[in-house]
Design a protein around this ligand. Structure first.
Ligand code: PLP
Length: 348
């Protein structure tokens, strides 16, 4: 269960925060090249972006080693998580996923009459794949795995996940949310995207919101078998939600490898700094493979978040197994220093 900042301050988007560390946004994006591509694209805003969408799809297909028919675009991966849930759970059934995990897909499935079958994470915060497999039944419409997982920041070992995908996808489609994949040391060894080319009924969601720093520009994509993409796009369309500026921005960002690599580097530096400082204060975080970090606190969640916000620091609090946890997104080094100072005051 998560206390949103809306509860603490409904106008949180308007608040000038000294350190905005509550939504896993990338403080360095979008890259200069993306900004230029977007400003150059403004004058073509009178035209639909079908051509740019097709071009972006062909680039993504090449990057993922699949055909363009295996790619569906969406305005952010949220759109694809929700559309998948709507299409696959339209007649009810259940979704198997870890608890805690990212809830967009499950919440949509529940809202349209589906049931959630939560499976607790293992003590090391990885997915309990054996228990998840056991939870699949004839009513299961979707299996959702977030890797690396949000809010825990932990990973599930790639080989084990690959084996799980191969066997579980024979029973129901497996949806792997890889929003934070690129923050890992070796994203290519951890993605499940190659399973699609092998014909497994696995869907991979990716986003330009995180390492590409384009959260407000809304571009995400799904990699899945042609049959699975067609089953979704026969009900809801992908590309109509994207604007031409964002499409041009995403096209530029894919080519800006230097920017992505530099973001992975600063994120790691911020993570190491934050980990060292909070451990020095007696906290212990879950080792993170993402652009955020979570650790248990001994303070009531809402009042802790308010104490942080009163100092201009936005974080997110979660209640996990009835205990409060603080999730902090990685920001610039200055923001992380501000966070540490505020944490000292809030927990004094
Ligand atoms: N998946 C995970 C695990 C996330 O943490 C988020 C956002 O924080 C999303 C998906 C949605 O991101 P977006 O809709 O911006 O692509």
């Amino acid at each position: 269960k998560e206390s949103t900042l809306w509860e603490i301050n409904p106008l949180y988007n308007e608040v000038k925060m000294k350190a905005r560390l509550l939504a896993n946004e990338n403080p360095f994006g979008p890259s200069a090249q993306v900004q230029k591509a977007i400003s150059d694209a403004i004058s073509s805003g009178n035209r639909y972006g079908h051509g740019d969408a097709a071009y972006l799809i062909s680039m993504l297909a090449e990057k993922e080693g699949v055909k363009p028919e295996n790619i569906m675009l969406g305005p952010g991966s949220t759109d694809l998580l929700e559309k998948t849930a709507i299409v696959l759970c339209k007649n009810g059934g259940n979704v198997v996923s870890a608890d805690p995990s990212y809830m967009s897909l499950v919440n949509t499935a529940k809202a349209i009459g589906g049931e959630w079958k939560p499976v607790p994470l293992k003590p090391d915060h990885s997915h309990d794949l054996q228990e998840m497999d056991a939870a699949i039944d004839s009513d299961t419409k979707l299996i959702y795995v977030c890797n690396p997982n949000n809010p825990m920041g932990a990973i599930t070992e790639a080989k084990q996940l690959e084996n799980f995908c191969k066997t579980a996808s024979k029973k129901a489609p497996v949806f792997i949310d890889e929003a934070y994949l690129e923050f890992m040391d070796d994203p290519e060894a951890n993605t499940m995207a190659p399973l699609v080319a092998q014909g497994h009924d696995v869907m991979i969601a990716r986003t330009f919101s995180k390492i590409h720093g384009m959260a407000g520009l809304r571009v995400g994509y799904l990699v899945a078998t042609e049959e699975r993409i067609n089953s979704i796009t026969s009900m809801v369309r992908g590309t109509m939600g994207l604007c031409v500026t964002s499409l041009k921005g995403a096209i530029a960002s894919i080519q800006d490898k230097e920017f992505v690599d530099s973001c992975r580097k600063w994120n790691k530096e911020s993570r190491e700094f934050t980990s060292e400082k909070i451990r020095g204060m007696g906290f212990k975080e879950v080792p993170s493979h993402t652009s955020f970090m979570i650790f248990p606190i001994a303070h009531e969640g809402k009042s802790f978040a308010k104490k942080m916000m009163d100092q201009g620091v936005g974080i997110r609090v979660y209640s996990i197994a009835d205990s409060p946890w603080c999730r902090v997104s990685m920001g610039t080094m200055d923001e992380m220093k501000t966070f540490i100072d505020a944490l000292k005051t809030a927990t004094a």
